[in-house]
Design a protein around this ligand. Structure first.
Ligand code: GDP
Ligand code: MG
Length: 471
């Protein structure tokens, strides 16, 4: 079944009495726990258990009232309760929220009382889904809610905040309106092909290129938001003893990995999280590429080498570490070959011990996005290495330009951009306004889908199913 704003409004969204409830705060010991209740009849239901100076239904909306949750004659907890009116709540429905004392038990009892009188336990993301279905927020904003919940840095929070406040939505709406207007103009002329001359084609093409540019800029900002949300995975590769684990520790500013001068110390991969300039990275220390056959390595070590390869393949980027103070060895080339599976930054480590490697040597190893000189124990060059990785992931974009977006949004925007490009080509080649018109209409539909217009139940379930219960 498909939803759109018209059918939502006509159907009144939900049958009265479809009330859902959940504990909205994390389970565990805490100062307070919030129980949420939404749907027609929520306030009357809360009133069945709330005892304050007056019933909650007689309290002004959105004002906290002190009272008790009662189970028959017994006090469950002293609470603060608040009611929200239809059209002025998170979900858009009549709602109530109860703040119990923290810990799990009081909130759970309150939840059970609500369930005993007809509210059912909310599904993951169901409150936000209702906010979407009641037309309070669009799909781009709903997905941004999840971004806010999961944010790990200021930049991520800011990018989610921008999408939540509707910056992405209004960009998308603008694109969709321009596309629809242009398509209408083109289609109005299709029945009179003799009226569509060079001048018309050229003017349509100009409009398409303006819309394309706006799409590209929005897409760029969404890619930044997506990269921020996903974080980036960086494998640290190189032959044994070049200082991979030391570099990882220096980047983290903590002794996470074991460092020794015995080659082959790191035998398994190790993941560590780092946030640099608002972007979260997962650094993966690897065992080091060793020529397993000739080095007479044991079985554990050769498994480590296999895992290193897998770690590189599972990463977005690679740091190839070499010992800058000694000539390249066979195993450096081995490691460089493995690293070349991903865009790579070269770290010329042990710079403090002198420099034995030339630019020509570096070139022999392959192509690198950047070359950085480091000496891990002193931390020299380590910030430059982080910057190089940051730029590899985000290019010249500022993380503070990002707008929270999901994989689905970015790929739909990419497809829309492709449609526009093809439409522009069709117009350039005078291949017929009808082709351009239908490509533009496809682009408009893709963009509208991001706002959730005519979204299928399956898509909504897939999106909201990733939320937590109570959100
Ligand atoms: N002088 C110097 N020693 C380093 C540097 N980086 C690592 N080392 C030393 O090199 C040895 C091997 O380092 P480690 O990080 O375990 O290398 P891995 O096998 O590549 O992980 C240790 O003794 C480190 O202290 C560096 O930049 N300068
Ligand atoms: Mg190591």
């Amino acid at each position: 079944m498909a939803w759109n704003s018209a059918s939502r409004a006509e159907s009144g969204v939900f049958p009265p009495g479809d009330m859902i409830t959940a504990v909205a705060t994390a389970w565990g010991e805490a100062a307070i726990a919030v129980v949420r209740l939404t749907g027609g009849g929520s306030v009357a239901l809360a009133d069945a258990f709330f005892r304050g100076a007056r019933p909650l239904s007689l309290e002004p909306a959105r004002r906290m009232a002190l009272g008790y949750i009662m189970d028959g004659g017994a006090v469950v907890d002293q609470v603060l309760a608040v009611r929200f009116e239809y059209g002025a709540s998170y979900t858009g429905e009549e709602s109530a929220e109860i703040q119990c004392h923290g810990g799990v038990y009081a909130a759970r009892r309150c939840l059970e009382l609500f369930r005993s009188r007809g509210a059912r336990l909310a599904l993951p993301g169901e409150f936000t889904k209702r906010a979407f279905l009641s037309g309070r927020i669009d799909l781009a904003q709903a997905e941004a809610v999840l971004g806010v919940v999961r944010a790990r840095s200021d930049a991520e929070l800011a990018s989610s905040g921008r999408s939540l406040q509707g910056e992405l939505s209004s960009g998308l709406k603008g694109l969709s309106e321009s596309l629809t207007a242009l398509r209408a103009e083109i289609e109005a002329r299709i029945d009179f092909p003799e009226d569509v001359g060079d001048a018309e084609y050229a003017s349509y093409a100009r409009v398409v290129s303006v819309i394309s540019e706006k799409t590209a800029s929005l897409l760029g900002r969404c890619r930044v938001g997506l990269t921020l949300a996903n974080g980036t995975r960086v494998a640290i590769a190189g032959r044994p003893n070049v200082g991979k684990s030391s570099l990882l520790n220096a980047m983290l500013e903590s002794d996470r990995a074991i460092v020794t001068d015995i080659p082959g110390t790191t035998r398994d991969t190790l993941d560590a999280a780092l946030i640099h300039r608002g972007m979260s990275m997962t650094l993966v220390d690897t065992a080091g590429m060793r020529d397993v056959a000739s080095a007479g390595a044991g079985m554990i070590e050769s498994m480590g080498v296999e895992r290193s390869r897998a770690a590189i393949e599972g990463a977005d980027f690679c740091v190839l570490v070499v010992d800058a103070s000694s000539p390249l060895e066979h195993e450096d080339f081995e490691a460089a070959r493995a690293a070349s599976a991903r865009p790579t930054v070269l770290a010329m480590n042990k710079r403090d011990l002198g420099i034995a490697l030339s630019d020509a040597d570096a070139k022999k190893l392959g192509y690198f996005m950047a070359v950085v000189e480091t000496s891990a124990p002193s931390g020299r060059g380590v910030n430059g290495l982080k910057d190089a990785l940051f730029e590899a992931a985000l290019g010249s974009a500022s993380p503070y330009d990002g707008m929270m977006a999901t994989e689905r949004m970015v790929s739909a925007l990419e497809s829309a951009a492709n449609c526009m490009e093809e439409a522009a080509r069709a117009l350039d080649e005078y291949r017929g306004a009808d082709i351009a018109g239908s490509l533009l209409s496809e682009a408009a539909e893709l963009i509208a889908s991001l706002l959730g217009e005519d979204a299928s139940e399956e898509l909504l379930d897939a999106i909201f199913g990733t939320f937590c219960i109570g959100k």
